[in-house]
Structure formats: C-alpha cells, structure tokens
Design a protein around this ligand. Structure first.
Ligand code: IVH
Length: 700
C-alpha cells in the first residue's frame, strides 16, 4: 500500500469508527458488535503507526471517551476518567508487564477483576449520602444521570460511614433480567434486544427514571476517586474491601497474584467460565495492586499505565477480502471461499472464510477488496457475515461464478432448489482428492501419512483408482514420492495395515455417502446389524466362496460365519427397501435416498467386494443393540479428567447409548467436565439432567 492508498484507507476507517462510536456512545445502539469496532480501531492504530505523518488530532485513536448527547446537565469529574489500553493475548499481557517493570524498583503484585460489560458510572457521596451520579462522558466531564441511577436498588443511598467519596463502577443488566425483558418484548412488539450493554446504557440515559427502575439493573464498584477516608486504602485490594465495608457492592471473583503467569492463567480460565456467570463480562481488568506503585507508573494521555483490559478473543473481527476462490468438495459441490488478509479470530489466525454459495455472495454483496466482518463460533469454519460497504474505495471487484469447474474445467451446474453448483464430471480430480482425504481422515479409516499432497501425487500417478487401492499400496509406490523417506514409507504402510480392521460405523462414514455424518453412520450401522441377512444365507455364501473360489480368493483371516463382514454389510444394505431406510431413527429422508442409491450402484458393489478382498475387516463392538444406556442420549461439554472425549463416546455407544451433538429438549444427559461451554448454559435452561464424569462412570 502506498501513502496515497493508506490515506484513503485511514480516512475511511476514521469516518466509519466515528459513526460507530456515535451510535454506541451517544445513541446507545450498536449496528455491529463491539469487537468489530475494536477490530477497525486496531487496523487504524496499525496504519497510523506505519504512517505517523497521517495522524490527525481528530482521529478516534487520539482521544478519550465519547461525545456527550446534550440531553442532560454536564458535570465536571473531580478526577479525570481515563480509559484502559486493551490487550488481546497472553503475550501482550507479558509485554505490558515488561514495560511497567521498568517503572518501579519494587516487585509488582496484581489484582485481576472481571471486566463487567455495562455502563461506566461515577457516583458522589457527601457526608455518607448519595448526591449525584455522572456518566463517564468524554473523561473530563460527563452527564448528570442522578435521577435514573438513584433507582438502582444495589446503590446505597447512605453509606456505613459519613465520608465524602467519589467512586466509579459499572451499571449492568444481569442475564436473567435481560431475558425477562426480551420475553416481554416477544409478547408485545416481537422486536428483541440484541445487546445487554446497550439496554443497560439506554435505560440510564432516559429522561424518565421509571425506565431504569423497571429494568432490574445492578452495579459493582471498582475504582476510587477523591475521598476523605482515613486511614486511606493502600492497595486496590484494600479499596475493594473498603467498598464492601461501606456497603458498596463489588464483583466478588477478583483475585490477587504475584506472578504474571498466574495472571495469564486467570484470564484463560475465565474465557470459558464466563458463561456460568449470571452477568456478561467481556474481559479481565489487570491492575497493579499498590496505589503508590500505580502513581509511580503514571499515565499516558489516554490511559493509565498501571492497568490494562484483557479482552477475550473476539468472535467477530474485520479484515479484507484479498481474493475469492472456489473449492470443490467430495460431493462435487463448489464452495466459494474468501481469501482473507490473515487476522486473529476467537484465538486462531484465519486466512480463509466460507462464502457458502452464489446466493450468499449476492445477498451480502461481498466483493474482492471489501472490508468484511468475519465470525467464528466454536470450532465452526470461519464465515463472512457482512461486508462494510461504506469502507469501499471504488477499486473493489464483483465476483462472477464461472461456467466451468476450477479443477477439471468440465461444466458445472446448479439444480433447481439447490444452493450449490456442482461439477458434472464424475471423475473430477477435485472431487476424488477430497473423497480420498475424507476416507483416510481421523473419523474414518484414520490412516497417518496420507495427507492432501500425498493423495494428490498418488492420484496423479494413477495409483489410486478406488478406495481399496489404498490398501494395495506397496513400498515401491511410496518411496519415489516427494518427502517420503524409508521411515515414513514404513510408518504409512503400517498405519494402512492397522486401518484394515475398522468399526463398521467408521467405514460407513468414510465411504462419503452424501449427508451421512458421524452420527447418521452410527445409526445406520446399528440398523444394518439389527436387520442383517440371515446367517443361513451367509453360511451358504461362504461355502460357495470356498468351494468355487469364484469371487476371489478368501483371505486367510476371513471373517467367520458369526462375524459381520463387508460382504454381509453389502448384502444387508442392498436388501433393505428405501421406505425402511427412511424410517431409521436419526436419518433424514434425503439421506436415506442417498444411502439407498449408493448401495444399489454396481460400481459401489464392486468397491465393497474389493475392500473385502484386500482384507478390510469390520468390528461391531462399538454398536450395542442393548445395554445399560440403551435408549438414552448423551452429550459432553468441558474437559474431562480421566478419559478423552472419544473414549467416553465409545463407552456410551458400547453400552447402547447414543451420542448427539446439540442440546435439545430430547437430550437425556449432559456430561459436564471442567470449564464447560455454552452447552451447559443451554442444558440448564432446558432443565436437562447434568452429570459429572464420575457419575457417568458409575452408570456404566
Ligand atoms: S478500571 C482508569 N475496572 O471497562 C481505569 N474498569 O475498558 C478505569 N470496566 O471504562 C477503569 N470492569 O467501564 C475498571 N473492574 C473494572 C472494570 C472496568 C469494567 C469498564 C469500565 C471502563 C472500561 C475500560
């Protein structure tokens, strides 16, 4: 980017941030999440650092606080209200520590407080009596909101001692109160509030105090200003204790630390635990404990040096679309993918984000060069949520879906009522590549050493015509491959050999039948086992095989009559009518059709025969058709101590239980480990039975 482009970009960022700030601070409404605004601000800071001559005094990076709405009387703060510098990772916390360490000869102790997501408020007491409440405003002066704040029951109107005191804290709306308000909204207007913070701020900044009174607001104090307390507190810890003794509410989960590593651990711990709190927090405020040290460290123009706000990894950030490419999936579906300028989202760097399909690109009007909002929820693939159209420079390019497959150049088509284009070439190398990668993936055959590049090379060499060829690979096939040394060849062949014995549900998943996920494959496997072709028929077949040896040579370790072989699976599946498949619990009508078609296809019959021939042996021990947990469904959240998630899932299945992936009202048990996630919250709401790992183990 040259200076001219940088200036253009800086101007766009400035006006966008200004607009968002105005909406947020003055109108108390937000059109995007706060992390999006932070993300744009960060980009501006970075650009300004690169081009310091482009910094102007009106840049949002150069000032503290916000504009005043003009609705209320202005009041000058007794001590200036600064804001906090943000840090976004453990590394940045350590860097901050590195800087402040130089400012004091003594060792530093820390107080970590939960960062409540609400509205900053300053309250004045005179001779122990509540006299006024002021918003932070621009840091120098704020607005008089005494009338509304007075209605917040948690704020004492009289302190335990007759002192003069200026304190700051956060007014917030507990989650329960927020939900209650939204329930009422649902009944009346149907318009739901999206953001707790805005609702709290909005209530305080109403002229009519009845609004604040009816909201169920709460408050916690964390900062001391001008006061005549004697003896005066010496540390932040003492400040919080003094508040408590005066009858002023404080957030109870703060902790005292002597090591910065423990501070980082505390921040990480609360990243997941935050969901269990009855109110929203958006980070941790880390403060130097001793007030004399705080003073020693001083302030910059905007922020004090003695404290920082650690913000939890944002789930929504902004970045630029550098290109749009197409990805061919194993079913031939062609997915547009935005190639992004790399950016940190929810703790990991993202450089690709799905745009789903042609209609989504059109609906969101995403263009190459656009600044967009990216989002990653849990371990889901990052996606583009929205493009910020007012950030456009005019150089953005629209994306046009091509008529041909990006891999094989054959025609692509979009069937009526389908969102995706698909490649029409049955042998499309893109499709094949993805199918093979899926077949060897962890949740299917779990073969080490056959990464994407290797499969690509093997396909190009013509060594993989179908899945069964994987099990026929020889030393001499692998040795010439790039990066394949003796040891890796050995390991790969060993892994392939081991993979030949596979649980039936994993084989079904690996075959890549459309819409058949992990759970569906398990349900299908169970159904097949319960409805297998008669053993007399099987015995007949084995006899025939042995006598005639027509089909192929029966391997040494061929399945005995009792076991369920790949051939049994094939025969069973072929004999089941479509209507029966459609009625399998957990498999949708469409998926049933795909399963039916897959097993009726002669090419697939050949494939299964070949898999049998190369020695693929099915195990059925994970599938229980009866058992202690029969008919009950389970879901796991949080970290388990004694078993891995996969081990626990296997144990559930072995005992006849079912593992599901989302919390619904039909879920029977939620197994809760350490630091449980949002599933825990949802389960509680739905009043689902939660059990610990130990309780679960007792059940089996
Ligand atoms: S201390 C100069 N402590 O976060 C330091 N702030 O990003 C003043 N906040 O404006 C703030 N919990 O509205 C402090 N325990 C806490 C806090 C907290 C929430 C808010 C506050 C402040 C913003 C800074």
């Amino acid at each position: 980017m040259d200076e001219q482009d940088a200036k253009k970009k800086i101007d766009l960022l400035k006006s966008k941030i200004k607009k968002l700030n105005y909406d947020y601070f003055v109108l108390d409404k937000s059109t995007v999440s706060e992390s999006v605004r932070d993300s744009l601000k960060r980009e501006l800071v970075e650009l300004e650092a690169e081009y310091p001559n482009l910094i102007t005094p009106d840049s949002p990076t150069q000032r503290v606080g916000s504009a005043l709405s003009g609705k209320f009387k202005r009041i000058k703060h007794l001590t200036a209200k600064k804001s906090l510098a943000d840090v976004f990772s453990g590394e940045e916390i350590e860097e901050w520590y590195g800087r402040i360490k130089k400012l004091t000869p003594e060792t530093i102790e820390f107080i970590c407080e939960l960062k409540l997501d609400g509205l900053n408020i300053t309250v004045h007491y005179e001779k122990g009596l509540f006299v006024r409440a002021v918003t932070r405003g621009n840091g120098v002066e704020g607005e008089d909101v005494t009338h509304a704040v007075k209605t917040v029951e948690a704020i004492p109107l009289k302190l335990e001692k007759e002192i003069d005191l200026e304190i700051s804290g956060e007014i917030f709306l507990p989650k329960k109160a927020f939900e209650k308000i939204n329930k009422e909204q649902e009944k009346t207007s149907g318009k739901l509030y999206a953001n707790v913070r805005n609702l709290a701020a909005g209530a305080i900044r109403q002229l009519d105090p009845k609004v604040a009174a009816s909201r169920g607001l709460d408050v916690d104090f964390y900062e001391i200003g001008k006061n005549n307390i004697a003896p005066s507190p010496k540390s932040q810890e003492e400040v919080l204790k003094t508040f408590k003794s005066l009858g002023l509410p404080t957030e109870p989960h703060y902790e005292h630390f002597e090591k910065i590593e423990d501070v980082v651990k505390f921040c990480e711990k609360w990243e997941t635990k935050r969901n269990d709190l009855p109110y929203e927090i958006d980070g941790i405020v880390i403060k130097v404990n001793f007030l004399t040290q705080q003073q020693q460290m001083g302030k910059t123009a905007k922020t004090p040096r003695y404290a920082v706000a650690y913000k939890f990894p944002a789930e929504q950030v902004t970045s630029q679309v550098e290109d749009i490419t197409l990805q061919v999936g194993r079913t031939g579906a062609i997915t547009p993918v935005a190639i992004m300028k790399p950016v940190l989202v929810a703790g990991s760097v993202v450089s690709r984000a799905t745009l789903h399909n042609e209609d989504e690109i059109a609906k969101k009007d995403v263009r190459i060069g656009d600044t967009v909002i990216l989002q990653k929820a849990g371990d889901v693939i990052p996606e583009v949520v929205e493009s910020l159209k007012d950030m456009r420079t005019g150089k953005e390019k629209k994306f046009k879906f091509p008529a041909n497959c990006p891999v094989c150049d054959e025609k692509i088509e979009r069937k009526e009522q389908e969102a995706a284009y698909r490649c029409t070439n049955i042998d499309c190398p893109g499709k094949r590549q993805e199918s093979f990668s899926h077949f060897v993936s962890k949740k299917a055959f779990d073969i080490d050493g056959l990464g994407e590049k290797v499969i690509q090379q093997l396909l190009a060499e013509g060594l993989l015509k179908d899945f069964a060829d994987i099990f026929m690979l020889k030393r001499s096939d692998l040795l010439p491959l790039e990066l394949f040394k003796e040891k890796r060849v050995e390991n790969t062949l060993e892994s392939t050999e081991k993979a030949k014995t596979i649980p039936i549900e994993k084989l079904l998943f690996g075959l890549g039948v459309r819409l058949m996920g992990e759970t569906g494959s398990y349900d299908l496997a169970k159904y097949f086992l319960l409805h297998q072709t008669k053993s007399s028929q099987k015995i007949e077949r084995y006899k025939k095989e042995k006598d005639e040896q027509t089909l192929f040579e029966v391997p040494e370790d061929s399945p005995t009559e009792e076991e369920f072989s790949v051939l049994d699976l094939m025969e069973t599946a072929q004999a089941i009518p479509l209507e029966d498949l459609e009625n399998i619990d957990g498999i949708g009508g469409k998926a049933a059709t795909y399963v039916y078609e897959w097993f009726q296809d002669p090419a697939n019959k050949k494939l299964l025969e070949k898999l049998y021939k190369v020695g693929v042996v099915l195990t059925t021990e994970n599938i229980s058709t009866s058992g202690k947990l029969s008919g009950q469904s389970f879901l796991i959240t949080g970290t388990l101590n004694e078993m891995t998630r996969d081990q626990t899932k296997d144990l559930i299945k072995k005992n006849g239980g079912k593992v599901v992936s989302t919390v619904t009202k039909d879920l029977d048990f939620l197994i809760v480990g350490e630091s449980p996630g949002s599933k825990f919250k949802k389960a509680k709401e739905l009043e689902i039975k939660t059990i610990t790992e130990t309780e679960f183990k007792k059940m089996v």
